[in-house]
Design a protein around this ligand. Structure first.
Ligand code: TPP
Length: 284
């Protein structure tokens, strides 16, 4: 098997993100992590929704699926179920994953499919030129909200922890080394791995700039117990700053494993030629 290098993952399309956009760092960190784990391009699929961040699959040489708005996760979960041998990575923005796709985020956490989900959070809808998103701060002004944004924010890390996501981490586009570490951990993890990346938009979000986020960012304590979900929630909720690192990690059977158990059970009752149609007979 070929030893992969960062440049092997370079897609045919040059990244169309603005110069200075945080997503460039995420792209580099993912390539580094994939090279470290020697992910082969023909064994890897990157699935996205819609948004600037969701253009990600075009910039990689792996398989890719640029789906529809908010639907990266159901497509990624289906892909993994149909072909469990491939590495499936879902990517997208805060708008894609928390507005229109918020429902899928919840259910992915509790099902625990063996995939990684990278959310690039710029606290705005950038592709559509700067409307507020579920992570925009109260008071944010944009062309669409010229006076002030009025809704409270969603905390994606707290949300993921609350519905039992089995790997939860947060990074920041200004620290590519840490991004690489947490993404590598996510790709290695067996189960649903959620990586929240605060990734500033230099064009439409003047409130949460790189400078502002840099002031807030702090590392989780070295002795933080990765299996202590309640403590992880305290750090996720911390008003004093934006903690980064791995918040939580635990193992339980994946969605695919549980599904295979059900199929095996059905076959043991109905025989090897069992099909899903057979299971419906009892209701007819
Ligand atoms: C069903 C549907 N509704 C709305 C849109 C318009 N739309 C495209 S991208 C987007 C928001 C993207 O925001 P985010 O996911 O945060 O990505 P970013 O561009 O900030 O990276 C919206 C509302 C759409 N494409 N499809």
């Amino acid at each position: 098997m070929k030893q992969m290098e960062i440049n092997d993952y370079k897609g045919r399309v040059k990244p169309s993100w603005c110069p200075g956009c945080g997503n460039h760092a995420v792209l580099m960190a993912l390539k580094k992590s994939m090279a470290e784990l020697n992910f082969q391009t023909h064994d890897t699929a990157i699935v996205s929704g819609i948004g600037c961040s969701s253009r990600f699959p075009f910039f990689m040489s792996t398989y890719g699926f640029h789906t529809i708005h908010g639907r990266a996760l159901p497509v990624a979960i289906g892909l993994k179920q149909a072909n469990p041998d491939i590495n499936v990575i879902a990517v997208g923005g805060d708008g894609d994953g928390l507005s229109i796709g918020g429902n899928h985020f919840i259910h992915a956490g509790r099902k625990n499919p063996n995939i990684t989900y990278i959310m690039m959070d710029n606290e705005i809808y950038a592709l559509t030129k700067g409307q507020c998103s579920p992570t925009s701060r109260i008071g944010t002004t944009t062309k669409c909200n010229p006076y002030a944004w009025t809704a409270d924010r969603i905390n994606p890390v707290l949300m993921a922890l609350s519905f039992n996501t089995s790997y939860v981490a947060r990074g920041y586009s200004g620290d590519i080394k840490q991004l690489e570490q947490i993404i590598t951990g996510a790709l290695r993890h067996k189960g649903f791995a959620f990586v929240h990346i605060v990734s500033p938009c230099v064009q439409y979000n003047k409130v949460s700039s790189f400078e502002k986020i840099k002031e807030l960012v702090r590392d989780l304590p070295q002795d933080h117990d990765l299996e202590d979900r309640v403590n992880a929630m305290k750090y996720a909720f911390a008003p004093e700053g934006l903690y980064t690192g791995v918040f939580y990690k635990s193992e339980r059977p994946t969605y695919e494993e549980r599904f295979n158990d059900v199929i095996a059970k059905a076959k043991s009752i109905a025989g090897d030629n069992y099909t899903v149609k057979d299971s419906m007979k009892q209701f007819q």
